[in-house]
Design a protein around this ligand. Sequence first.
Ligand SMILES: *[C@@H]1O[C@H](CO)[C@@H](O)[C@H](O)[C@H]1NC(C)=O
Ligand SMILES: *[C@@H]1O[C@H](CO)[C@@H](O)[C@H](O)[C@H]1NC(C)=O
Ligand SMILES: *[C@@H]1O[C@H](CO)[C@@H](O)[C@H](O)[C@H]1NC(C)=O
Ligand SMILES: *[C@@H]1O[C@H](CO)[C@@H](O)[C@H](O)[C@H]1NC(C)=O
Length: 526
Amino acid sequence: MAGKEVTVLWLLAVLSWGSGGKVLVWPADNSHWLNMDCILQELVVRGHQVTVLLPSCFLILDPAQPSPFQFEVVKVPITKEEMAASLEETFYFFFYKERTLPAWKSIYEAIQIMYKLENLTKIICDEVLKNKALLERLRTFGFDVFLIDPLVPSGELVAEKLGIPFVYTIRFSIGNTVERHCGALPAPPSYIPATLSHLTDRMSFLERLKNTFTYTILDMMYHYVLWGSWDQYYSDVLGRTTTLCETMGKAEIWLIRTYWDFEFPRPFLPNFEFVGGLHCQPAKPLPKEMEEFVQSSGEHGIVVFSLGSMVNNLTDEKSNIIARALSQLPQKVLWRYKGKKPEALGSNTRIYDWIPQNDLLGHPLAKAFLTHGGTNGIYEAIYHGIPMVGIPMFADQHDNIAHMRAKGAAVELDFNRLTTQDLVNALNTVINNSTYKENALRLSKIHHDQPIKPLDRAVFWVEFVMRHKGAKHLRPAAHHLTWYQYHCLDVLAFLLTCAAIAVFILVKCCLFCCRRCGRIAKRKKD
Ligand SMILES: *[C@@H]1O[C@H](CO)[C@@H](O)[C@H](O)[C@H]1NC(C)=O
Ligand SMILES: *[C@@H]1O[C@H](CO)[C@@H](O)[C@H](O)[C@H]1NC(C)=O
Ligand SMILES: *[C@@H]1O[C@H](CO)[C@@H](O)[C@H](O)[C@H]1NC(C)=O
Ligand SMILES: *[C@@H]1O[C@H](CO)[C@@H](O)[C@H](O)[C@H]1NC(C)=O
């Protein structure tokens, strides 16, 4: 953000102290912060006071920098380096290692890595919850709402402990397990694909089988592996028997980071708002040197290429395969990449440490977006109507690209089996074949044609919760039911029992009558 904007926001923040509401924030690191940041800045503009509860190992925020937000820094015995190393390890595992291992080993290691992250999270959580002075200070602030990114547990626990109504901002949980179980969001496995299953809403019999299986496996993983120790932790802290899931279900509003341009149509609840793309903005002018390079592409236009902020280096082999493909395009290519410059880099390709991705995608000369399929980037492409070539790697990226492919706005490539020719063909296809551009533009029109902009809707619901101390009127009674009541299995069991009794009586009567008739007939014969 430019210095001037920070100053203006900061001034607004100072001026609005005392008026407006008080917002407490539980952030998540890296690209997750981007969405949260947009909502918070808008809240500051509207005169609310925003306080971010920041663990000292948080990577992308520095409380010493000028900011429109206040920071309540929680000293934790984890250094930034340790945090970065742990995230790096997780990333390395899912990016390179997971595919090279046999399935059982890969699941085992994934669980070990999750346990390690869970330990880090618990350390942070302990520092907050065992710090009486901090809790007391937060209580006296009198916050009206707690905005939480539930990437890792414990935000909701702090909210419960402090008695502040809370709002989630979330893209997805693995297999939608959190939304389904804790948020009571209906998701029939017949046409709602589990996230990370790579499926779409049109499923064959085998795919539905796979989807149902995925839901079941993930539910078991959550219940028995990921949630188990947290349930105890939550019960200990709150001093009553509860579970992580039950506590998460207390969220007043769930702000989901997608919208119907991206999602397949699905049932949802009144306390779920789909606010995807709230960070997107019209393109701003490019830096001069970059604009000159873009203009030099002439009628062919440009390709924007980024594998996200997490991929800083590729193997020499991969980077050369990619560079060779890019060098065969008539377009100019802007590639965000921090690794070693590949030898095969063509004269039409330039590498940058950082690119203004949204401004480039919004440039009139932008023809295609080569992407790893992160949600933020996909939404920028939807916003500007740019067709995509996806090279998904991990997390929700396969699903994101599967959605875009199903909607005809993207071609998907497999990173591990990437060849130069495939990449050239894919890029030529989305650029030459106009159906991709038309579909991307259609999604863009859907995105822009909303009665209220996503950011305004997100902020409205946060303010609603502040004004009304919650949004309990939107809370479905499903939260009070057990799983067998929810599915009416008790009713079914009752009806089956009645039917069984009726059949039993009927059969008995028939037998009785038959025997009687038989006896009468026999007597007559005699
Ligand atoms: C997590 O912490 C527990 C208890 O402190 C410890 O026993 C366990 O080995 C740790 N697990 C990992 C993967 O670091
Ligand atoms: C990426 O760079 C780090 C050091 O900066 C190195 O240890 C690692 O092996 C590199 N990874 C690849 C795939 O080249
Ligand atoms: C796509 O167009 C480019 C020129 O813009 C051309 O070089 C390439 O051969 C075309 N590819 C296909 C598959 O038509
Ligand atoms: C363009 O792509 C669409 C969708 O993949 C395909 O049906 C159509 O045949 C393609 N058109 C040409 C001219 O290749």
